[in-house]
Design a protein around this ligand. Structure first.
Ligand SMILES: [Zn+2]
Length: 122
């Protein structure tokens, strides 16, 4: 299942990114473009299963869906196509468009809770 390998890869990436930062990983924010065809529900399920035993054991996965945006090579307009399967310029209807957004699958934020900093506050 695609989402399982994706969740596995995500957990490894976050562990790598947070390797030099002690503390509890509270949440990870992910941007998912509409063209990636990732099922968010399946990803959440896979993440909940795979995070056990990792540094992300109590981490929450926050997903932000990004719409498809195309840039038209005919008229120069940018915008969201009406149909995300049949990509056409929303302004002139040309099919000669380039996808500028919608294929992303990026970690945008990792929230860490530093246990030692927390203790100093009290
Ligand atoms: Zn156009």
């Amino acid at each position: 299942m695609h989402e399982f390998s994706l969740a596995d890869e995500l957990i490894r990436s976050v562990e790598r990114l947070a390797a030099h930062h002690p503390g509890t990983i509270r949440s990870v924010e992910l941007q998912i473009g509409a063209l990636t065809a990732v099922n968010q529900e399946a990803l959440q399920t896979a993440f909940a299963v795979l995070r056990d035993g990792t540094r992300l054991a109590v981490c929450e996965l926050l997903c932000r869906a990004l719409p498809v945006v195309v840039a038209c090579t005919s008229c120069g307009q940018q915008g969201e196509p009406e149909d995300s399967l049949l990509l056409r310029c929303p302004a002139c209807g040309s099919g000669r468009v380039e996808v500028t957004s919608g294929r992303q699958l990026d970690i945008v934020r990792i929230s860490l809770e530093d246990a030692s900093a927390d203790a100093q506050d009290r």
